[in-house]
Design a protein around this ligand. Structure first.
Ligand SMILES: Cc1ncc(COP(=O)(O)O)c(C=O)c1O
Length: 443
């Protein structure tokens, strides 16, 4: 089945889509053809009034729901008072308050500090700078199948080559890729239950052959891989990795840009393993749609960067900080973590059934409400379903009113990043649309 051409069906959206093609870089991703006019909680409406259920949540940035009234009120209130000075020119209270909140909300009983930025990529870049300044070492280890952003250093940390890296080199130096344990796709000859041991042995091999551990400043790891297809490492892997880091004086940086703020039914995914990172990077749902990111962690590491060496014009602007402070209140008042657990259970029940009953659903996996199915053309060989087929399924969902994202090294994973506040009826309707599309798909 060929992939359907990406194009909206309704009139105003069609005209805007054509204008987009004319004036927006063709290099920008287009995961759907929806041209949105407004959004509320887990629904969006396009410019012609067509309604969609949103399982993408702004790529995981809308965990408390679109345009949460409390977030909107906080933004309006702050916008009336102060839009921008640059924190480094004239400090303001929402920024300082938010840094305090972040130091309290992140794991670790030690003195912590934070610094705010605009995007996940920018925060990852700065976490690496802090780690290098503190350790006085140069090398960084990331993992295969990782995604950390689209700036040059982040591209280097990533492992998916096409379309992320091709033509964009040369890349940053001193980045080394270790193996990430994927129980669904173990290396040939390795049993699924042994993927962690294998990955840790490979890390030792990397230390012998490619870079000595005493030259490594930090390991950067997603506790659950996001763009890589929601790969959950076996229990114990992250703890073992942390121990290795501690043994060599290597800092452990948890990239919680996608996993953070309740997605896995804990505030941060690393808490499932009881692992305390030296630095934690968060973004996306921290700002509920406003551009905001943070590096939070050991005070002595964040203080290792010389005065004036880190920051930027807009990082942690007052309006984004006000939105984030509202997000913290919403988490308490609306018990978002329990809501995430409930959403996760409902999605898991469906996905597990599909993995048993639908021929092209090879795997159902995830943590909390961060759930995915991996599509295959043959369950035995695990041959990934072709990209045009996966695109057709996503397109079929869109036609029926569901926005859905794919992911994974083979672009064959369907993932859920819906607001954690999604009403049960919307969740069930969205899952019904997905189920119809999967059952009707003919490889
Ligand atoms: C785990 C992870 N790290 C970093 C990033 C980069 O964040 P941003 O797109 O805000 O630069 C992303 C974005 O999807 C991500 O999922």
């Amino acid at each position: 089945m060929p992939a359907k051409v990406l194009e909206p069906k309704t009139s105003k959206a069609k005209a805007l889509w054509a204008e987009r093609q004319a004036v927006v870089s063709a290099g920008s991703a287009a995961y759907s053809s929806v041209v949105v006019a407004k959004a509320r909680n887990a629904k969006v409406w396009d410019v012609d009034g067509k309604e969609f259920i949103d399982f993408a949540g702004g790529i995981g940035a809308i965990n408390v729901g679109h345009c949460h009234p409390k977030v909107v009120a906080a933004i309006k209130d702050q916008a009336e008072k102060l839009l921008h000075t640059s924190f480094h020119v004239a400090a303001y209270e929402p920024h300082i308050k938010l840094c305090r909140k972040l130091t309290q909300a992140t794991p670790g009983n030690f003195d912590k500090k934070a610094l705010l930025f605009n995007s996940g990529s920018e925060a990852i870049e700065n976490a690496v700078k802090f780690a290098r300044a503190f350790t006085k070492r140069r090398a960084i280890i990331s993992f295969d199948n990782a995604f950390h952003g689209r700036t040059l250093l982040c591209l280097t940390l990533n492992s998916k080559y096409k379309p992320l890296k091709q033509h964009f080199g040369p890349f940053a130096a001193d980045i080394y890729h270790a193996r990430f344990p994927n129980p669904y796709r173990p290396p040939r000859g390795v049993r699924p239950e042994d993927v962690s041991d294998y990955a840790l042995e490979e890390l030792e091999r990397l230390f012998l052959n490619e870079v000595s551990p005493e030259d490594v400043a930090a390991v950067v790891v997603e506790p659950v891989q996001g763009e890589g297809g929601f790969v959950v490492p076996p229990q114990g892997f992250l703890g073992a990795l942390k121990k290795i880091c501690e043994g060599h004086g290597i800092l452990f940086i948890a990239d919680e840009v996608q996993t953070g703020f309740g997605r896995t039914a804990k505030m941060f995914a690393i808490e499932h393993e009881g692992v305390v990172p030296d630095l934690l990077v968060t973004a996306k749902s921290l700002g509920a749609g406003m551009p905001l990111s943070a590096v939070v962690g050991r005070a002595e590491v964040l203080d290792a960067a010389p005065a004036g060496s880190v920051g930027g014009t807009y990082g942690g602007n007052p309006v984004s900080c006000a939105a984030a402070l509202a997000v913290f209140e919403i988490f308490e008042e609306e018990k978002i973590l329990s809501a995430a657990a409930k959403v996760g259970e409902a999605v898991k029940a469906r996905f597990d059934r599909w993995a048993r009953e639908i021929a092209i659903v090879g795997d159902s996996r995830g943590l909390g409400a961060m759930r995915a199915i991996e599509l295959v053309s043959d369950k035995k060989t695990k041959k990934p379903l072709s990209v045009p087929m996966v695109k057709s399924i996503v397109r079929a969902c869109e036609e029926k009113g569901l926005i859905l994202l794919k992911a994974g090294a083979y672009d064959n994973v369907l993932r859920t990043l819906m607001p954690l506040t999604i009403p049960e009826a919307d969740l069930e309707k969205g899952l019904d649309i997905m189920e119809d599309a999967l059952v009707s798909a003919r490889p």
